[in-house]
Design a protein around this ligand. Structure first.
Ligand code: TPP
Ligand code: MG
Length: 426
């Protein structure tokens, strides 16, 4: 299971990854992570398939993995593992080109989209996860630049990209999970949306199967008459949170703006979703940057509860001499869950681990790892300014303490929305 998380993290950084498991027991454990990769449209290759033209089949499967941005599964019988196959085809790269749309259909859909867009009063663009998965971010950027339409990113669009929509609320590549929509709190009626997807497009309630967003976006950029689009600049109501409050305690509202200043362009940042996923994904992502001989930093932010699920991946990171920065946010358990249900409930408590000692337990030494404990704002600020810390030349493990009942404002709102949805369903 941890290997699937690592493969997921690796694919997010390097585009695609492969994973080999033992048949039976191994694949059963892998189901969890592969299903997660499927739902988030991550291209992972899991194992190998049957005889006749094995090489052809594998090439075909790899192309499908890339084009659909979904995991594929190949099983290979034991007697095929060492079978010799013709190597000539290795000289021809696998064709990973995007399938094109039938041009009549594409033009028709683009015309419908344009008509709808010109009629719209305050159109916006909402960029979601599939835009990144299906590699259309450069096209989305061009569309935004050309039209000057206000745009928004969903949490997953921001982290890794999804597709989205164009609205009068166009979505480009929407992935409407509970988390991604802040408890399904999006307020766009389907009647007011144009949805662009990797395999179809939808305008209001009409769906156009087989019309892929990559082609549609290209034609849209070409054809859009900017003078006919009603652009309303967004109001900047939220502003930037500043914290003048004098306290030595690290709270979320204080922490994240500080981290915002610390992060550099091209840093790979991993935040937790399915608990346990992020530690494995961090290992895969750090390995991917190392394999790519890239000096991007890999930075993980993980809750103490989530970390306890897959802590042993620290061992793999140490074994591969990876150099991520790991912040374990210690707040005595499942804070988000406390907000959703049971602020004092014991099922949201966890055992009080000595987190940084694990680095030593898993074989880390002063040479290849560093352990840091942070309890005050001064300690954090000193650390974030330090050259050695910023250079990220060894694995750095930060055990960082926050109050049990503190949570970011946005998260509290998302939790409230989830609690409301849960209540409605019970
Ligand atoms: C596999 C899985 N099981 C259950 C959940 C539900 N869940 C969401 S957040 C969370 C607790 C997270 O605790 P922690 O990592 O310590 O983060 P905190 O909220 O304390 O910052 C749980 C159990 C989940 N996201 N994934
Ligand atoms: Mg916690």
């Amino acid at each position: 299971m941890l290997a699937t998380y690592a493969a997921d993290g690796y694919a997010r950084v390097k585009g695609m990854s492969a994973l080999i498991t033992t048949f039976g027991v191994g694949e059963l454990s892998a189901v969890n992570g592969i299903a997660g990769a499927f739902s988030e449209q991550i291209p992972v290759v899991a194992k190998l398939n049957n005889p006749v033209d094995i090489a052809n089949q594998i090439d075909f499967t790899l192309r499908e993995c890339w084009i659909r941005s979904r995991p594929v599964y190949i099983t290979l019988p034991t007697d095929m593992v060492e079978a010799k196959v013709e190597g000539e085809r290795l000289r021809t790269p696998i064709d990973l080109s995007e399938p094109t749309n039938d041009s009549d259909r594409e033009n028709y859909v683009v015309n419908v989209i344009l008509r709808t867009l010109y009629d719209a009063k305050d159109p916006i663009i909402l960029v979601d996860a599939c835009s990144i998965r299906h590699r259309v971010i450069p096209l989305v950027k061009k569309l935004i630049e050309k039209t000057q339409l206000p745009y928004f990113m969903t949490p997953m669009g921001l982290c890794e990209g999804s597709s989205g929509s164009l609205g009068f609320d166009p979505f480009v590549g929407s992935l409407k999970s509970d988390f991604n929509t802040a408890g399904f709190s999006y307020r766009t009626s389907q009647l007011n949306t144009i949805n662009l997807h990797s395999t179809y497009c939808a305008v209001r309630f009409a769906e156009y199967p087989g019309v892929r967003m990559s082609g549609v976006l290209k034609t849209l950029i070409e054809k859009v008459d900017v003078s006919k689009v009603n652009v309303t600049p967004p109001s900047n109501k939220n502003g930037i949170i500043t914290h003048a409050e004098k306290s030595s305690i690290i709270t979320h509202d204080y922490f994240w703006p500080k981290i915002g200043e610390f992060l550099k362009e091209r840093d790979v940042v991993i935040l937790w979703g399915s608990i346990g996923w992020s530690v494995g994904a961090c290992q895969g992502a750090a390995l991917a940057t190392k394999d790519a001989k890239d000096d991007r930093r890999t930075i993980l932010f993980v809750g103490d509860g989530s970390f306890q699920l897959t802590a042993q991946e620290l061992s793999t990171m140490i074994r591969h001499n990876l150099t991520p920065i790991i912040f374990v946010i210690c707040n005595e358990g499942f804070t988000i869950e406390r907000y959703i249900h049971g602020m004092e409930a014991s099922y949201n408590d966890i055992a009080a681990w000595k987190f940084q000692d694990l680095v030593t337990v898993f074989g880390g030494t002063d040479k290849n790892t560093r352990k840091i404990q942070v309890k005050t704002r001064t300690e954090l600020e000193t650390l974030l300014k330090e050259d050695e810390f910023n250079a990220a030349k060894k694995l750095q493990f930060v055990e960082l303490y926050m109050p049990k009942e503190d949570a970011p404002t946005v998260l509290v709102k998302t939790a409230e929305a989830s609690a409301k949805v849960n209540k409605k369903r019970t």
